[in-house]
Unconditional design. Structure first.
Length: 79
């Protein structure tokens, strides 16, 4: 059987895209420690944010997390 590897250009695009996502995530972690969106649960420690959003904030936190996840899935599939 012959292995078919992905095209080098596709691999390069994927690496750039994932690098940019990681950079945005890092910036988001830093900004979130200093500023939070009003109306959402206030958790300045980024390592505890997901737990707060899922279990302590009720439906507002869960729906906002769902909204961000759907947006990320759309962007990954579209671009």
């Amino acid at each position: 059987n012959v292995m078919v590897y992905p095209h080098v250009q596709w691999l390069r695009e994927a690496e750039l895209k994932h690098g940019r996502v990681c950079m945005l995530t890092f910036v988001g972690m830093i900004v979130q420690s200093a500023w939070q969106i009003p109306g959402l649960p206030q958790e300045p420690d980024w390592s505890k944010t997901l737990e707060t959003m899922l279990f302590e904030s009720g439906q507002v936190g869960q729906l906002s997390l769902l909204q961000v996840s759907i947006f990320a899935m759309f962007m990954e599939g579209k671009f």
